[in-house]
Design a protein around this ligand. Structure first.
Ligand code: IPM
Ligand code: MG
Length: 365
């Protein structure tokens, strides 16, 4: 077997965290002879600087050929002044759209030892295990018309359009029901159906799908209430399915409940399980290049890649276990170190030391 893996390190802390995930993948490749080959390409700000576009044709070509893609992060202050259509983030949206990666899986799981790092009381988050299924290639992120226009009266207006057709809703809904079926059988669909027509349709399609999944208990929440419930009693959730914008916001909330956004991986899949894997966190320009970033979300994303795109479940489990083991050994990057509250934690470690520890733990498997 041979697997072509494309690494898109991107901006800010992206290169540092992707480097550690690559070392982990190389370690399992060497040990279990998996046949990984790696290539690299530019995305985001660095692609703008080097190739004149955030998702240049050279990257697109490699992305279309790869078996799976691991991405770091995009964006940073250097490109903040650019018009919306030229920003690094457009590179990310372009690759999601180009590869039809409509299904974004964002698991928010609490490592028991990190309960202290959560923004909520430990008893509210102990055992937390939520899967957010976010629609990723539609909705207001992509709807037309969009733009900033000057009206006839000389006043400028900004416009975006939230739009979903029933097929788009059905395909993401189906994957969410399938996921719920494999987990605890509860699916909560999040919408704003009391105000927005686009989500009235969303709710209707989810309701009609639920007839095909009698074993899954479907509930609905308006997004404002869902945000409140996530910080009030997050353990009530199993699988959450929602559109692009609400999913963006709710997944950051869910991330914080688990102690750090530095821990959360994600998978963005198309209908054939080809995928792009990336940490949920951003490029964190304030700590870039200082060996401070937490590489675990990217390493866990590499594990998701093994599971969902490469069908290497056993390898995925090994990587997950190695990460759990370094956490239980007390290793913490600064984002998850908890100012002495956590009895088990040692002095914070850097990005590369965390990578070293995961590789060492894999060696003991
Ligand atoms: C995310 C990010 C992206 C998004 C940005 C960087 C375009 O926040 O993946 O959650 O909004 O989808
Ligand atoms: Mg986001």
């Amino acid at each position: 077997m041979n697997y072509d893996l494309l690494l898109l390190a991107g901006d800010g802390i992206g290169p540092e965290v992707v480097a550690q995930a690559r070392r982990v993948l190389e370690a399992v490749d060497t040990r279990y002879e998996l046949g990984f080959t790696f290539s690299e390409a530019n995305i985001g700000g660095i692609a703008i600087d080097k190739e004149g576009a955030p998702y240049p044709p050279s990257t697109q070509k490699l992305a279309r050929e790869a078996d799976a893609i691991l991405l770091g992060a995009v964006g940073g202050p250097a490109w903040d002044g650019l018009p919306a259509a030229d920003r690094p983030e457009r590179g990310l949206l372009a690759i999601r759209s180009d590869l039809d990666l409509f299904c974004n899986l964002r698991p928010a799981m609490l490592f028991p030892e990190l309960a202290q790092a959560s923004s909520l009381r430990s008893d509210l988050v102990a055992g937390l295990d939520i899967l957010i299924v976010r629609e990723l290639t539609g909705g207001i992120y992509f709807g037309e018309p969009r733009g900033i226009n000057t009206r006839e009266d000389g006043v400028r207006e900004g416009v975006n359009t939230d739009r979903y057709d029933e097929n788009e809703i059905r395909r993401i809904g189906r994957l969410a029901f399938e996921a719920a079926k494999k987990r605890n059988g509860r699916l909560c669909s999040v919408d704003k159906a009391n105000v927005l027509e686009v989500t009235m349709l969303w709710r209707e399609v989810l309701e009609s799908l639920s007839k095909e999944y009698p074993e899954v208990e479907l509930s609905h929440l308006y997004v404002d209430n869902a945000a409140m419930q996530l910080v009030r009693a997050p353990k009530q959730f199993d699988v959450v399915v929602t559109g692009n914008l609400f999913g963006d916001i709710l997944s950051d909330i869910a991330a914080m409940l688990t102690g750090s956004i530095g821990m959360l991986p994600s998978a963005s899949l198309n209908a054939h399980s080809r995928g792009l894997y990336e940490p949920v966190h951003g490029s964190a320009p304030d700590i870039a290049g200082q060996n401070l970033a937490n590489p675990l979300a990217t390493i866990l994303s590499a594990a998701m890649m093994c599971r969902y795109s490469l069908q290497l479940n056993d390898i995925a489990d090994r990587i997950d276990r190695a990460v759990a083991s370094v956490i239980s050994q007390g290793l913490r990057t600064t984002d998850i170190a908890s100012n002495g509250k956590d009895q088990n934690s040692l002095a914070p470690v850097g990005t590369t030391q965390m990578g070293d520890a995961v590789i060492a733990a894999l060696g003991k498997e």
